[in-house]
Design a protein around this ligand. Structure first.
Ligand code: AMP
Length: 416
């Protein structure tokens, strides 16, 4: 450990990477707005108990991945491992559910999980997500998935699979869980160590196991479909058929369970073969009981989250943008150059000047190195005449123009 290293699993986002991040953030904002979703921002930290109660005490997230600390007042605080619990807390705290019967919300920002870092898995990562509170109907499941798919489309991300499953109602799910436990107990000693532990703590998650020893048993395990009643089946059918009807291909995966305890009915995950071991880049589902379990009214909800770092791995390359459009070089008239640069900035152009007292030649070389297409050269002699020079850095073509007419000349130079 060195104090010149970022904390393990945490990453800097360097200037050259930021255009891609900003592109994503812009798409999140625009597409959410197109669907009528409003942004919500909640604190990075919450009382730890909030997650124990919502995500579930026996989930990996709460059991071993939470960043916990005791603050100076002796409170147990957690860095948020996900956003939904905080959003529900905010809705209840501010009485928003009494103001409207339907809320469409989105969020974006960092989340924290104490996981073993590897490609696509970090301790500080970012999520974008959306949630719709107030409709028990599958129409809202479909809408939320359409929103997710619209974002991917806008980003040009096309190679992925959308997997869909249902976990039924809490009663059906409990019944199914009992069947699973009975089934896996029979073969307990042949399961991987992790699955043996999960058998007691969180048996559904055995279906998630990638361990080869577990695979033959997972394949033969009972499927949730057989534990579902008519309503749950209809809900699922509606989601499946509507998505297909709007041209969104879905793959039913009866073993998809997701890692959080609060899901009911629909669960889904976006998977990409390009991502390797951490192949899920987003997921979500319905959580009808969550608001009520917080002591709120029985408000049904459905939502999803994308892992932003994983979306970035899938984002097609884009050409980078130079730091500025114009380099204002000085030939013996630095103060005039600063004045010209300010004039250009006031007109909306991105303009930089030399801060290292370099020669004109070195300034132009620097501009070219930075990929800046046009230089405005402020020379002592020309400036005396009220003129400046414009130079196209691609081919060295240059001309003199009155400072007064600089803006139209710049516009012209930039289209070259
Ligand atoms: P989850 O709430 O676990 O389903 O997470 C939603 C999405 O967040 C996942 O599909 C991942 O894309 C992303 N994600 C979760 N945990 C991490 C992590 N430790 N590092 C990077 N991305 C993550």
């Amino acid at each position: 450990m060195s104090d010149l290293q970022a904390v393990r699993g945490m990453h800097d986002i360097l200037p050259e990477e930021l255009p891609r991040w900003r592109r994503l953030e812009e798409v999140f904002r625009t597409i959410s707005a197109r669907f009528g979703y409003e942004e919500i921002r909640t604190p990075l930290v919450e009382y730890a108990h909030l997650y124990v109660r919502s995500v579930g005490p026996d989930t990996d997230i709460v059991h071993k991945e939470m960043y916990l600390f005791t603050d100076r007042g002796g409170e147990q605080i957690a860095l948020r491992p996900e956003f939904t619990a905080g959003v529900v807390r905010a809705l209840l705290q501010h009485g928003l559910l009494h103001r409207r019967s339907l809320w469409r919300l989105w969020y974006y920002g960092p989340a924290f999980r104490y996981e073993r870092p590897q490609k696509g898995r970090y301790r500080q990562f970012h999520q974008y997500g959306a949630e719709c509170f107030g409709s028990p109907y599958p129409e809202s499941d479909v809408e939320i998935i359409q929103l997710a798919v619209a974002i991917l489309k806008e980003l040009g991300i096309t190679t992925y699979e959308l997997q869909l499953n249902t976990l039924g109602t809490p009663v059906e799910r409990r019944r199914y869980q009992q069947e699973l436990v009975a089934f896996f107990r029979e073969v307990r000693s042949q399961l991987s160590a992790e699955s043996q532990q999960r058998l007691e703590r969180n048996p559904l998650r055995i279906l998630d196991s990638k361990h080869p020893a577990d695979q033959p048993f997972i394949e033969r395990a009972p499927q949730i479909w057989d534990s579902l009643g008519r309503e749950s089946r209809e809900h699922f059918q509606y989601v499946y058929t509507s998505l297909r009807a709007v041209g969104i291909p879905v793959q039913v995966n009866p073993r998809l369970v997701r890692g959080l305890d609060y899901y009911t009915h629909t669960v889904f995950e976006f998977i990409s073969p390009q991502l390797g071991a951490q192949n899920a880049f987003g997921g979500g589902g319905r959580y009808d009981g969550l608001v009520e379990s917080f002591g709120g009214p029985p408000v049904p909800a459905v939502g999803f989250a994308f892992g932003v770092e994983r979306l970035l791995l899938l984002l097609p390359e884009q050409p980078g943008q130079p730091v500025a459009q114009l380099y204002v070089a000085s030939a013996g008239a630095p103060e005039a150059a600063y004045q010209v640069a300010m004039h250009l900035r006031a007109a909306g152009y991105r303009a930089v000047c030399d801060l290292q007292r370099r020669s004109l030649k070195a300034q132009l070389r620097e501009a070219d190195r930075l990929g800046i297409p046009v230089a405005v050269i402020v020379g002592e002699a020309e400036w005396q005449r009220g003129n400046v020079l414009l130079r196209l850095l691609s081919n060295g073509v240059q001309w003199e123009c009155p400072f007064q007419d600089l803006l139209p000349h710049v516009r012209q130079a930039l289209v070259h």
